[in-house]
Design a binder for this molecule. Structure first.
Ligand code: ATP
Ligand code: SF4
Ligand code: MG
Length: 324
């Protein structure tokens, strides 16, 4: 059984005069010990997907439909107290601006100790401190951070505190939304190494939203490509990154110099994501797709499985579009 199964998840933001379909019927299956990268350009619905899965969207500003099964339990239907029992231990999350979730008036050590005691209520102060210092070391922070207040740390240090916190109780599923993006390359590399080591040791499953394809290439085994609120391609990193099947994935990879070989040939995908407040009859990528046919504008491609078990939503999937 997959550790996480997202079934037909949809999120519509409702503002005064608009309804924005930010996530449109996303289904995913994540196996235990997978490390899954979620990629796609800005506005494609990645953060909305993560927040909906964790029930962190504002209740009156977003309509959420579908199911999010964690080990068979639907998180979207769970009472709040049961859901909070799962946080940190079964499920932990780190956002890009995680520093906002720390209290400015308490020392880092005290706040980390609070999280430690959530699931270790009988632990002594010394045990808590030992564990916290161990975690701080793991994310390359000095022990003195324990005694500091959030305002005394840089943004990068705070982000490392947030990552350390997320690993406190060895969560079975770790969700990261651009959590390492703001860190310098060396620290990011170090943290990813540590994470992968922990994943191997403890069997942690990771879902990682990132715009950095090299992070996906080096630290994930699967990748999900989102466009305009939908999954357009999903599969093993070794297949999708080397032989992208969807024209959008192809464009995405072409726009990254290291994946194209020649630095002189950096080209983004011309155009932008379509407005999400108007339902589209056909393929959401049609306006930007060099292979678009008339039928692409009138009928929506569904995700279908290719022989290598990768899923692609494109009328021309496979065959000629492999050639770049
Ligand atoms: P990025 O890479 O920039 O973080 P993303 O893929 O995470 O982008 P989302 O933040 O999920 O994208 O946004 C998806 C769509 O939903 C966008 O069109 C965005 O403008 C819209 N959106 C996000 N949050 C809200 C909100 N609170 N109210 C209304 N619309 C929103
Ligand atoms: Fe392009 Fe048509 Fe495939 Fe959409 S369905 S990606 S428009 S070829
Ligand atoms: Mg985002």
């Amino acid at each position: 059984m997959p550790i996480l199964e997202v079934r037909n998840l949809s999120v519509t933001y409702t503002t005064k005069n608009r309804r924005i379909a930010a996530v449109q019927g996303v289904s995913l299956e994540i196996e235990e010990r997978d490390a899954v990268g979620i990629v796609g350009e800005s506005g494609s619905g990645k953060s909305t997907l993560a927040m909906a899965m964790l029930r962190l969207l504002p209740k009156n500003g977003a309509e959420v439909g579908g199911e999010v099964l964690l080990n068979g339990t639907d998180l979207l239907a769970l009472p709040e107290d049961k859901l909070s029992k799962l946080r940190w231990k079964e499920l932990a999350v780190v956002f890009q601006k995680s520093m906002n979730s720390l209290s400015p008036v308490h020392r880092i050590g005290a706040q980390m100790a609070d999280v430690y005691r959530l699931h270790e209520s009988s632990a002594s102060k010394r045990e808590a401190k030992r564990r916290i210092v161990e975690l701080l070391e793991m994310v390359n922070l000095p022990e003195r951070v324990y005694k500091l207040y959030p305002h005394e740390l840089s943004g990068g240090m705070m982000q490392r505190v947030a990552i350390a916190l997320s690993l406190m109780h060895h969560p079975r599923l770790l969700i990261l939304d651009e959590a390492t993006t703001a860190l310098d390359v060396v620290t990011q590399g170090q943290i990813l190494e540590e994470m992968m080591e922990l994943e191997r040791k403890l069997g942690i499953t990771r879902l990682m939203i990132t715009h950095d394809m090299s992070v996906v290439a080096t630290s994930c085994n699967k990748v999900v490509v989102m466009y305009a609120g939908q999954v357009v391609e999903a599969g093993l990193v070794k297949d999708v990154l080397t032989k992208p099947a969807h024209p959008y994935t192809q464009g995405l990879l072409r726009s990254i110099p290291s994946f194209d070989g020649e630095k002189s040939n950096i080209r983004g995908i011309p155009g932008s994501i379509p407005a999400l407040d108007v339902p589209l009859a056909g393929c959401a990528f049609a306006e930007r797709c060099e292979f678009a046919a008339d039928s692409c504008r009138t009928s929506k491609p569904q995700l279908a499985e290719l022989p290598d078990r990768r899923q692609v939503a494109c009328h021309l999937r496979g065959g000629e579009i492999h050639a770049q």
